[in-house]
Design a protein around this ligand. Structure first.
Ligand code: SF4
Length: 403
């Protein structure tokens, strides 16, 4: 059985691949790329069918952060000409969220720049959660406020938050290269606090910051170990005015391999194509849907995405369907670990997709594992600064949001 057969079989059984197998996915050649996508697609359909979950970002507080994350346009000393504003009022954030929900989003992600919230900030966000949920009873709310102090996760859960996002971003070994004002351990601690308070943990990575394949595998294994229910996979947007402005080293093919590796390591977890989708996957975005089961609708925190309608058209044209508010995101067996989006039935383990779990009958076994003789494709990408657009609409502006 070759590499892709092994990974597919393990994914259908929710079994952890070896590090070498995960690394081998990142080394496959362009000739093998569609086989990699097909194999990851079988695992994706097993656990998530052809559903695509739409998430909508609301940037409640933008820019002027005291932290120094080198990839971030909101960082300390950033020269990026992004929107900068302090906290939106709860009703303003709820209005922004409503636009995303009307566009088909199921989850609203309430995000604020900063090291972490004060207790007053938690009160403010609690009011915002109430305003969002009053207007939209079935909405999932994920909150992203940075590092959490004791009891803050519990307060957010009590206020109605369903999930908390805090990304690990990169491997423990390389974390000090991308930020110095906090540590990898700080980030792990916050994810654990959120999980411990009963919030669904959303934690992911950023690819394209100069990390090695080993770093990527390290961070994805760490995310699986942490029990993240959703894993946003960001592709670095090299913002002018940040230290990584000239760091263009991703190709669309490389992005697909990274997504596939994440899917094989985290087979039954919500894998989301996050920031950088349009910039780096470009015309291959629909292939990404065969691997990931979740995307952001419309714009990102400080950059603009493609039109929300283009997202919806792409999903339909590629043969996928937008996940409805009344549909469970997560497979049943994860109900006991995921607060939001689980079917809630508890116990049992039933694939939610259309693939059979009987891997013995797998006839898609004729794919070829990466040849050691062939160099992996994916030379450094050209700089596509033309695709990086600073957000000038939606939250914090007078202009209509993109949803
Ligand atoms: S990623 Fe968050 S903590 Fe880091 S600089 Fe940006 S807003 Fe601040």
């Amino acid at each position: 059985m070759d590499l892709l057969d092994t990974l597919t079989a393990k994914g259908l059984r929710r079994e952890l691949p070896t590090r070498d197998e995960a690394l081998a996915v990142l080394s496959t050649t362009d000739d093998e790329l569609l086989d990699v996508v097909a194999a990851a697609g079988r695992v994706r359909r097993q656990w998530f069918g052809r559903r695509v979950k739409l998430n909508y970002l609301v940037n409640m507080k933008s820019g002027l952060c005291p932290e120094d994350c080198s990839y971030c346009s909101q960082r300390l000393g950033s020269k990026s000409e992004i929107l900068k504003y302090t906290w939106l009022k709860p009703e303003q954030a709820a209005e922004a969220a409503a636009a995303g929900l009307a566009g088909g989003a199921k989850r609203v992600c309430l995000v604020a720049s900063g090291r972490g919230p004060t207790d007053r900030d938690i009160e403010r966000v609690a009011d915002t959660i109430s305003a969002v949920k009053e207007a939209n009873e079935n909405v999932e709310v994920c909150v992203c406020l940075g590092l959490l102090s004791d009891n803050q996760a519990e307060r957010l859960r009590a206020a109605g938050a369903d999930a908390y996002n805090h990304n690990l971003n990169t491997s423990e070994g390389t974390y000090g290269d991308i930020a110095t004002t906090h540590t990898y351990a700080d980030r792990v601690d916050t994810v654990q606090k959120a999980h411990g308070a009963g919030l669904s943990a959303c934690s992911g990575l950023i690819a394209g910051m100069g990390e090695s394949d080993e770093d990527l595998v390290d961070v994805v294994f760490a995310l699986r170990e942490l029990g993240s229910d959703s894993v946003p996979v960001n592709f670095l947007i090299p913002f002018e005015g940040t230290p990584l402005a000239k760091t263009w080293n991703l190709t669309p093919q490389r992005c697909l391999r990274i997504l596939a590796m994440v899917r094989f390591v985290c087979p039954d977890v919500e894998v989301r194509i996050a920031g950088g989708r349009e910039v780096h996957l470009r015309t291959l975005q629909p292939l990404g849907l065969h691997i990931a089961n979740s995307i952001f609708l419309g714009d990102y925190l400080t950059s603009e995405g493609q039109a929300g309608q283009a997202d919806l058209d792409m999903i339909k044209d590629a043969g996928f369907v937008v996940e409805g508010a009344d549909e469970a995101t997560m497979p049943r067996h994860r109900a006991d670990v995921a607060g939001a989006g689980s079917c809630g039935s508890g116990g049992g383990c039933h694939p939610c997709g259309d693939a059979t779990a009987d891997v013995a009958t797998d006839t898609a076994a004729d794919t070829v594992a990466g040849s050691a003789d062939e160099a992996p494709a994916g030379a450094a990408d050209e700089a596509r600064t033309d695709l990086v657009r600073v957000r000038r609409r939606g939250a914090g502006t007078e202009l209509a949001p993109n949803a």
